[in-house]
Design a protein around this ligand. Structure first.
Ligand code: 5CA
Length: 446
């Protein structure tokens, strides 16, 4: 992409309304535009990152054996009356009436809809387990939408739902999602820590939140420090094998969010030097709630015993749009964003320090064409601005690598490669620069 042809409306001033780094940088880097509290347009640069995150989430759901579908954003009130959540959900639910006077709502979550699908089509335990997911917009009329996309009203969620014949089987499904989540967040360069959590309006008593630790997080967390450093299981996990020991290794260490926290248990279970109390951003939440919805809505299957059983269910959410902000909270400096390679909107930025100079233009065009061909999706700054403007702009938008092309370097046959994170610079021939950048992305599909 040529910057001169791209839509990247950068802000020079830091907007006063933005309290945390991710919100500030998302506004300054032209990623989002707010229209109403907690309701945003995703501008091209922000949208590209969200799509990358969505794709990682999708790949890891698929790897765990979860099957993708799409459910509507607008749901009928009757289904929520069946599950008895229509009145309980209160003001957080956006309620709509259609022209015939029928009551509808903009879905804050989809347990009812998928239970309705399930009860229509699934009859026998032989068709279980079922693990289905979609990636769809949700609406929650939050009391205090804030921190940009972190607590929006309209937000993108991946939500998966599992149906099993009994509780033991339901826990097997739960464990699959538990492990898939660890791998999902690790691929985004995040350390997400699983913590025992409250279930709130979703229900049940087995539940974990996945939090990334950050000072600006909304939740207070208490955990064993070793849990934070435990590596993700890895993409070669066999999801058909018994995952219980992988889950147990993590749940054995104390980790609770503030609602679940008991200071005396924390102190009894965790040696002083390992006690970590911090703030965290909730990026995922998984629940196993048994037959709460299947019983209320009559979702039954025939068991091996010839009797009907209510399906035992779980639901599993990831905050896809929240993760865009979460990743920036975890990875930025004073100059701007530092994208992890796996979610960066462009693989490399090319800075032409003298647009209009034949040599600079020729070298840049050559780099641009070859990097594009190599599949690393370059962003070419071909705008006629001063060097200082270009450098700070490229730092702000945070691409992992920059290639700086100027007349002095060209005389010596070199361009400069800058690593955004470490700040390290190296001079290389243009051909070597292409090889270097391409190699950095060899292990991932951009
Ligand atoms: N039905 C269950 C699981 S599918 C559910 O709704 N869980 S949830 O309420 O915990 O939401 C799942 C994830 O969505 C959360 O972990 C969080 O990352 C994200 N999320 C929730 N509310 C918001 C919000 N207002 N803005 C942005 N992301 C949100």
């Amino acid at each position: 992409m040529r910057l001169s042809k791209y839509f990247l409306p950068l802000l020079k001033e830091t907007p006063a309304s933005a309290e945390i780094a991710s919100h500030r940088y998302m506004l300054r880097a032209g990623m989002i535009k707010q229209h109403s509290a907690g309701i945003y347009s995703w501008l091209p640069f922000g949208y590209k990152v969200m799509k990358k995150i969505e794709q990682i989430v999708r790949e890891e759901q698929n790897r765990a054996g979860c099957v993708e579908m799409l459910m509507p954003t607008i749901q009928p009130a009757e289904l929520w009356r069946e599950s008895d959540r229509y009145d309980d959900y209160g003001k957080e639910m956006l309620r709509i009436t259609d022209r015939a006077g029928r009551e509808l709502l903009y879905g804050p979550t989809n347990e009812e809809i998928l239970t309705d699908v399930f009860r229509t089509f699934v009859r026998s335990y032989k068709e279980l387990p079922q693990l289905l997911y979609h990636i769809q917009w949700k609406f929650r009329d939050e009391v205090r939408p804030r921190f940009g996309v972190m607590r929006g009203r309209e937000f993108l969620m991946k939500d998966a739902y599992s149906f099993d014949i009994n509780m033991d089987a339901a826990v097997v499904s739960y464990n699959k999602m538990f492990i898939a989540y660890l791998n999902t967040f690790a691929r985004m360069g995040l350390k997400a820590v699983p913590m025992r959590a409250d279930t709130g309006p979703i229900g049940g008593d087995l539940s974990h939140e996945f939090l990334i630790l950050a000072d600006t997080g909304e939740s207070e967390v208490f955990c064993h420090a070793d849990l934070v450093d435990m590596p993700a299981p890895g993409l070669d996990v066999d999801f058909d094998s018994d995952l219980q020991s992988l889950v147990d290794a993590r749940t054995a260490l104390y980790a609770r969010t503030d609602e679940m926290h008991e200071q005396d248990v924390f102190e009894a279970e965790v040696p002083r030097a390992k006690r970590l109390s911090a703030r965290g951003i909730e990026v995922g939440h998984i629940f196993c709630f048994g037959d709460k919805y299947s019983k209320a809505m009559g979702a039954k299957v025939m068991g091996p015993d010839g009797k009907e059983h209510f399906a035992q269910m779980g639901s599993y959410g990831v905050g896809v749009s929240r993760l865009v902000g979460g990743i920036i909270e975890a990875s930025h400096d004073d100059a701007g964003i530092i994208w992890p390679k796996s979610v960066t909107p462009f693989g490399v930025g090319i800075i032409n320090l003298r647009v209009g100079d034949d040599d600079c233009d020729r070298v840049c065009e050559d780099l641009y064409g070859k990097l594009k061909f190599a599949g690393v999706d370059p962003l070419y700054d071909d705008k006629p601005d001063r060097g200082g403007v270009k450098f700070s702009r490229m730092d702000l938008i945070g691409l992992p690598y920059q290639i700086v092309v100027g007349p002095r370097g060209i005389k010596d046959g070199v361009v400069e490669i800058k690593d955004r994170k470490s700040g390290e610079r190296q001079n290389q021939s243009p051909e070597a620069a292409i090889a270097f950048i391409t190699a950095q992305y060899a292990d991932m599909s951009l």
